[in-house]
Design a protein around this ligand. Sequence first.
Ligand code: SF4
Length: 220
Amino acid sequence: MISKETTRVVIEEMFALFPDAHGELVCANEFELLISVMLSAQATDISVNKVTPALFKRYPTPEAVVASSVDEIIPYIRSIGLYRNKAKNIYACCQALLDHFDGQVPKTREELMSLAGVGRKTADVVLADAFGIPAFAVDTHVERISKRLRICRLNASVLEVEETLMKKIPESLWIKTHHTMIFFGRYHCTARAPKCETCPVLTYCQEGKFRMRKKLSTTS
Ligand code: SF4
């Protein structure tokens, strides 16, 4: 694994490459963010952003959701993967918001994770992006980048990746680093075609060096 110091160097290079990294879900408040993040599981932010304007116009509050039904929610999110389960979770989540949280989105991980359809990653994104509470959500991009760069062990679980990142990166940078790593994974170190040739952190990256050697040997 790379050291804490090298991790900081690598992260600074990512900040320089993507100085404006930010969450890409379009939301007006914490309720919309919570629902959008729930919808984004195994779906792209672009696909979620396509359905949420009509969804939130019809359902601006938990009360509006609970006054409706799962079957009525489904047509609004049918283009999103796992839409049946997600519609059920949205309804149950809104019911719980009204029953236990006065219709407000709670501000602790434990309370958020008590809601239907809300796992650790969703809770961390809501804490960080809705309330500015330091958290380090590990999605597929963050996990891939952390492992390619050997910031964490290759066989680390998602929770271990999160714990390692939180140890190696100062708390004040968790939210910024989370967004930057997602941009880095989406637009530079993509799953299928990482841009190793032009990568500012190639010097520190075992995976990148391996890929470059392989490429050279197949072209020579
Ligand atoms: Fe990703 Fe390649 Fe850069 Fe390594 S060198 S971080 S694999 S793009």
